[in-house]
Design a protein around this ligand. Structure first.
Ligand code: ZN
Length: 359
């Protein structure tokens, strides 16, 4: 563990010294080191003891928030779900959010995916068939990269506390043996399952995408059938797509714009014993926004208040939290850059509330 700490310090210090205008060779060196670090941390991550109540240490001070992204996420010309990560990464490169750093994740493996999904389905996708975007190797590479981003973010916050994110989308509709609604593999449940493997006992998936997380609910239920408990979902949607029946472990509310923020606030305050949550995974969809696929009345100000509410709630209970992008779509009068700017609000509010950088 001592060596991991030393490597982290080296990377952090180097990162501080590097400006966005750094020479390409420096950037390559930095990316290589970060990739090596991810591999090292991923392979040497120790099992967390499940004895007592101090198995996961929550630290208050966090100097940086890691944002996982690699160009492998993107499929050129693909629908917004996959294309917009590049737009947002570009935005963050040219106008960084203070307190954040972009980190390239090691990809997920077949082993990670089959802990949640049907093996035959997984192999079909990994062999270039059955993904949601295109029937080729690029789709498999992308979905392993975006799922890897969620996994590495989960590992980071379980180890260090605080907040991390991944520019991943296309997760919550994915079912056990097929994709749905532009979602191929369910990175939310794969990330939560990984957290349980690492010793977490209670993981909350908070889904505020416009649409319902029916894939997530199905997969949590199937894990519970195998006596793998500990994952629960709170879901506030503005569309009935992928609707499901409520269960003790998955609570869905579908509301209009006028009840949107108050319902989220109530849903968060209804969560019993929040301090016993070991990890929050936040599906931070921007598609409730009136111009990004949502409903009239949910504007940019409402979205910013929503993000502040979520991160302030989790910070008030000192909970480690991982965010991902989820939905949010361009249209005739709303460009991909506009969508990326909306997702940037998640990053700004997370950094403001979770890092000790002064804004
Ligand atoms: Zn959606």
């Amino acid at each position: 563990m001592g060596s991991v700490f030393v490597v982290l310090l080296v990377v952090t210090n180097m990162n501080d010294a590097v400006t966005p205008k750094c020479a390409p060779s420096t950037q390559v060196f930095e990316n290589t080191l970060l990739a090596l670090l991810s591999v090292y941390v991923g392979r040497s991550f120790p099992p967390i003891t499940v004895e007592g109540t101090t198995m996961i240490q929550h630290h208050v001070n966090n100097h940086h928030m890691s944002i996982y992204f690699s160009p492998e996420y993107i499929i050129d010309g693909a629908f917004d779900t996959i294309g917009k990560a590049g737009e947002l990464a570009d935005l963050l490169t040219h106008d960084p959010v203070a307190g954040t750093r972009v980190v390239s994740p090691t990809p997920a493996t077949r082993h990670d995916i089959v802990s949640v999904h049907d093996e035959t389905y997984v192999d079909r996708v990994l062999n270039g068939h059955g993904g949601q975007f295109s029937s080729d190797d690029e789709s498999a590479t992308s979905v392993l990269a975006t799922t890897g981003g969620v996994l590495r973010a989960v590992e980071t916050v379980l180890e260090n506390g605080g907040c991390a994110g991944s520019l991943s989308s296309g997760l919550h509709h994915a079912k056990y043996d097929h994709g749905s609604g532009f979602c191929t593999f369910n990175g939310l449940v794969i990330g939560a399952r990984q957290a349980l493997k690492l010793g977490a006992r209670r993981v909350l998936i908070l889904d505020l995408d416009a649409h319902c997380g029916g894939g997530t609910k199905e997969l949590i239920g199937l894990l519970r059938d195998q006596d793998i408990d500990g994952i629960e979902q709170v879901d506030v949607s503005v569309s009935s797509f992928d609707q499901y029946h409520n269960a003790p472990f998955a609570q869905l509310k579908i509301v209009g714009a006028s009840q949107y923020l108050s319902t989220i606030e109530q849903s968060l305050s209804d969560i019993a014993d929040p301090q016993s949550i070991d990890l929050v995974i936040y599906n931070a969809g921007m598609d409730p926004h009136e111009k990004a696929g949502g409903v009239t009345g949910i504007n940019t100000e409402v979205i910013r208040r929503r993000e502040a509410m979520v991160f302030e709630w989790s910070k008030s209970h000192n909970l480690p939290i991982v965010w991902v992008l989820a939905g949010g779509y361009s249209g005739d009068s709303f460009t991909k850059r506009d969508v990326a700017s909306l997702h940037r609000i998640t990053i700004e509010e997370a950094a403001r509330i979770y890092t000790d950088v002064t804004f």
